[in-house]
Write a protein that binds this ligand. Structure first.
Ligand code: NAI
Ligand code: MG
Length: 351
């Protein structure tokens, strides 16, 4: 098999983690008889500062024929975040109808949680985040800008089709995992959108009689992800709630540098996109110490999505083996002093 992958290293530590990871992906794929062709796109904030655009007008046309997309991160301290996000990441997620965002949180052997008393494997859940609408719908505006009577309106838009798609994906995952699904809402305060969400969950639940459904308000869920993270299996949440909860998920399982994600186009009409949960980390950029594991595991999710399970498994196992080995190098976020490249080399040794 051979795959064409569009890579968008992006900003900050994005290029650091992507550039170091690509040779590893070539290597692991070729060992399984899989040929990888990576094409790099230099889209991001450097381009924005030169041209006023994060990516060209025909950007989506340029990458629509790729089998998948691997992205580093976007975001730059000199440019306001809504410009970078709306100029690159969100147009791809929305334009390629990547409705399902899948984000696993796992406490790996050898990694210490900041929460007391949890051991390897105790924390192992996956968040299904709605990825193209909800609070990120871009519906709204600002009027009377700069005046005392200025008004800002930002509406969340939840469609039946979008909600059903994410809820169904989460039920399917719960069926394959431990059969427990937690639906996250704020139905007490958001009495239109979130009661609609509850209704959709209630309508779909009978199709999955073996899945036990729990409903939690997002504030309580934030507390419970810290108080009892071991009791979660699959969570399903709107775009904004899912974004927030997955940062909690990443840190309770050890580090932002370990958390992978997939933005999935469920009907395979467009390419899916895989990226670490973390951002461009301006506080550590240029030091060569960004943890590449979130990117490597995002690539593992990409291979699984492409149907290359053996390649995916090899990457997951190699990352687990490095983390479990006390003598193996890890980056400072995990208490080590290794560089990005040294960690990638250690992963490669254990393939
Ligand atoms: P961030 O995820 O970039 O950093 C949060 C903290 O985690 C920092 O202390 C950082 O050093 C650490 N960290 C993140 N990734 C790491 C890695 N691989 N290895 C070691 N440590 C790591 O979030 P922050 O600081 O809120 O945002 C920075 C910029 O990134 C902003 O411009 C923001 O808009 C953007 N951003 C972009 C995202 C994306 O491209 N998907 C997601 C989140 C933020
Ligand atoms: Mg986020």
């Amino acid at each position: 098999m051979s795959y064409k992958i569009a890579t968008i290293p992006g900003d900050g530590i994005g290029p650091e983690v992507v550039d170091e990871t690509l040779p590893l992906l070539h290597e692991v794929a070729s060992r399984h008889g899989v040929d990888m062709e990576f094409t790099e796109y230099d889209w991001g904030t450097e381009r924005y500062l030169e041209t006023g655009e994060m990516m060209p007008d025909d950007a989506l046309d340029q990458i629509v024929d790729a089998d998948s997309i691997l992205l580093g991160a976007v975001g730059h301290p000199d440019v306001r975040d809504h410009i970078t996000l709306h100029g690159l990441l969100l147009p791809i997620r929305k334009g390629f109808n990547q409705q399902v965002c899948k984000r696993p949180s796992i406490l790996f052997d050898g990694v210490e949680s900041p929460l007391r008393g949890y051991e390897s494997g105790d924390i192992d859940f996956v968040v299904f985040r709605e990825n193209t609408e909800g609070e990120y719908s871009d519906a709204g505006g600002r009027i009377h800008e700069g005046f005392e009577h200025e008004v800002a309106v930002q509406s969340a838009v939840h469609t039946r089709e979008g909600t059903e798609t994410i809820v169904r994906a989460a039920f399917e995952a719960a069926t394959e995992r431990d059969g427990h699904l937690t639906s996250i809402t704020k139905s007490n305060a958001q009495a239109f959108s979130m009661t609609f969400w509850d209704d959709v969950v209630g309508e779909i639940a009978p199709e999955y009689p073996d899945v036990e459904v729990e409903s939690l308000l997002v504030d309580a869920a934030s507390m419970d992800l810290v108080r009892r993270p071991d009791q979660f299996d699959v969570l399903v949440a709107s775009n904004l709630f899912g974004d927030i909860l997955t940062d909690i998920g990443a840190i309770v399982s050890g580090s932002m540098g370990l958390a992978p994600s997939g933005n999935i186009n469920v009907d395979d009409e467009y390419p899916s996109m895989f990226e670490p949960v973390h951002g461009s980390a301006p506080d550590i950029v240029g030091q060569g110490v960004a943890n590449p594991m979130a990117t490597v595991l995002s690539a593992a999710m990409m291979f699984e999505n492409l149907g290359e399970d053996a390649v995916s498994d090899a990457l997951w196992s190699a990352v687990r083996a490095v983390l479990a080995d006390d003598d193996a190098p890890v980056t400072p976020d995990l208490g080590g002093s290794a560089s990005t490249g040294e960690v990638v080399d250690a992963i490669e040794e254990r393939l």
